[in-house]
Design a protein around this ligand. Structure first.
Ligand code: FAD
Ligand code: NAI
Length: 479
């Protein structure tokens, strides 16, 4: 068995792992990355990128159907060619994944194809197509990500019962989809499949959709539009079993305590994700994991074993690609002896629904839980923004929350067009400890959606120009 020795070996080439490997190589380490399936991980192959490609296609179709005619553009009835759409989506993923391969090679990172398993705290066995090899390193970074959770009675076969991976690769638009779980993945996929023509029923165990994932006022806007688009939502709904009935699938669920059945042709299971920590002999070499299998780390993303680090989904929530990448850079710099810790004030989050929801910082409830009881909250609607009106995308608002005493921005919650692109300004403001005046007094170009940020900041001060501020305060005339 061949043995290779490196300074740093990263396990998993997702947005956590490949970024860690590139940064380690930039810092002069002889680095290798071990990957068992695909460069770019879940994110570029079966997660963020393919889902956003499909969401773009659904949005484009919706725009043609609903916005072309009022804008005076006459098009015939559009048709969805699913196999062409699928090929296009795959070409986007391949381009991104191929790009990661080039970046790794360009930075002289060795790519080891195969599955890694710890033998000792300084040694891995990598099992690939061509056999096994032993790999030694001074430092290891575990970035092996996560996979879908299953529930009793619903073992995904990626045909009748699919996870997000199967749903992103449907040969045809389902006639009727039953989605189990109304969280991030369930709602993103249900939204675009509805746009592509599927009937959709969502069964969510909790009392509402996207609970805990976003500001409740933002969720209301999305929920309203989702229902208006024809998606049926059942809350307090627990799927129990399914069976084939001819060509149909019948799902049985308890909805608010009563048994109901739902006929469909595909079932999408999206009830959360669990860590890929069970196949690497972690406990065999003494790496501590919590009761759900997530690896425990400190603020430098060190595990309890001094030369082993862990980043990304394998460490738990928030399970987001940009957070994994941030940690990737961090661990490489820690290994290089830099005095770095994970001290981000906010991990911005986006839910790519229609309209998009994006947030940075705390909700009002979280501000209060963190001891900020006296708040200034300003809201500015997209309906009062010229660019949004010209785009025919006026649903939603920007909500800004600030500490009433210091005016420091504590949270920004956006539901509306391009919320995903607008939120970075809020994240920067929170990272820099900015006050609402910093945003309100920054000249924002016109006509842009970004002006809503400036006006939401003004609204917290009670003087946004393009909306009526409540209560209106007038200067007292001198007696
Ligand atoms: P992963 O991307 O999961 O990568 C881990 C890699 O490790 C994989 O390539 C795997 O093959 C490899 N691996 C595992 N075990 C081993 C082993 N023993 N040996 C070798 N290799 C191994 N996040 C966002 O921020 N924005 C989004 O829009 C978004 N959309 C999503 C949509 C969907 C449908 C899904 C499922 C997820 C989405 N996410 C999104 C979440 C995002 O994909 C993850 O947070 C991110 O991929 C985590 O990165 P990671 O590097 O920790 O792990
Ligand atoms: P999730 O945690 O977002 O949502 C799961 C939902 O399923 C919850 O609402 C939960 O109440 C519900 N549920 C649990 N058990 C159930 C049951 N038996 N029956 C019915 N409902 C049940 O998990 P999801 O959607 O699988 O996504 C996993 C993670 O992936 C997210 O937490 C997020 O970190 C990441 N992601 C991020 C995206 C983004 O950034 N835009 C997009 C997609 C995923």
């Amino acid at each position: 068995m061949a043995t290779n020795k490196y300074d740093v070996v990263v396990i998993g080439a997702g947005p956590g792992g490949y970024v860690a490997a590139i940064r380690a190589a930039q810092l002069g380490f002889n680095t290798a990355v071990v990957e068992r399936e695909f460069l770019g991980g879940v994110c570029l192959n079966v997660g963020c990128i393919p889902s956003k490609a499909m969401i773009s296609a659904g949005h484009f179709l919706h725009r043609i159907q609903h916005d072309a005619d009022p804008m005076g553009i006459e098009v015939g009835a559009p048709k969805v060619n699913m196999s062409k759409l699928k090929n296009w989506k795959q070409s986007v993923c391949d381009k991104m994944s191929g790009g990661v391969g080039q970046l790794l090679k360009g930075n002289k990172v060795t790519i080891l194809n195969g599955e890694a398993r710890f033998k000792t705290v300084n040694e891995l066995v990598v099992r690939g197509k061509d056999g096994e090899q032993t790999v030694q390193a001074d430092h290891f970074v575990i970035a092996t990500g996560s996979r879908p959770i299953e529930i009793p009675g619903f073992t995904p076969d990626e045909n009748d019962v699919v996870t997000s991976t199967g749903a992103l690769d449907f040969e045809e638009v389902p006639k009727h989809l039953v989605t189990i779980g109304g969280g991030y993945i369930g709602i993103e996929i249900s939204s675009y499949l509805r746009k592509l023509g599927a009937e959709v029923t969502v069964l969510e165990a909790g009392k509402g959709l996207l609970v805990g994932a976003a500001d409740p006022d933002c969720v209301k806007v999305v929920e309203r539009k989702l229902k208006k688009s024809g998606v049926t939502v059942h809350t307090e709904a627990f799927a129990q079993s399914w069976k084939k009935q001819g060509k149909d699938i019948v799902v049985t669920a308890k909805v608010a305590g009563k048994e109901q059945t739902f006929k469909c042709d595909k079932v999408l299971l999206t009830v959360g994700r669990k860590p890929n920590s069970d196949e690497m002999n972690l406990s065999g070499v003494g790496i501590k994991i919590d009761e759900r299998g997530f690896i425990k780390t400190n603020a430098q993303r060190k595990t309890n074993i001094p030369n082993i680090y862990a980043i990304g989904d394998i460490c738990g929530q928030p399970m987001l690609a940009h957070k994994a990448s941030h940690e990737g850079v961090l661990v490489a710099e820690v290994i290089a002896g830099q005095n770095r810790v994970y001290d981000a004030r906010t991990v911005p989050a986006v839910i790519f629904t229609d309209p998009e929801i994006a947030s940075a910082g705390w909700t009002e409830a979280e501000c209060k839980a963190n001891g900020y009881h006296d708040l200034k909250v300003g809201k500015f609607p997209f309906g009062a923004n010229g660019r949004a009106v010209a785009l025919r995308e006026t649903d939603g608002f920007v909500k800004m929350i600030a500490d009433a005493k210091t005016h420091r921005v504590l949270g920004v919650h956006i539901v509306g067009p391009e919320a995903s692109n607008l939120i970075s300004e809020a994240a920067l403001a929170i990272e820099m400890g900015a006050c609402v005046e910093d945003i309100a007094l920054t000249i924002h170009p016109h006509p842009t959606l970004g002006e809503t940020m400036m006006e939401a900041a003004e609204a917290t001060l009670g003087h946004a120009i393009h909306t009526i501020n409540k209560p209106i305060s007038r200067p007292q005339a001198n007696a």
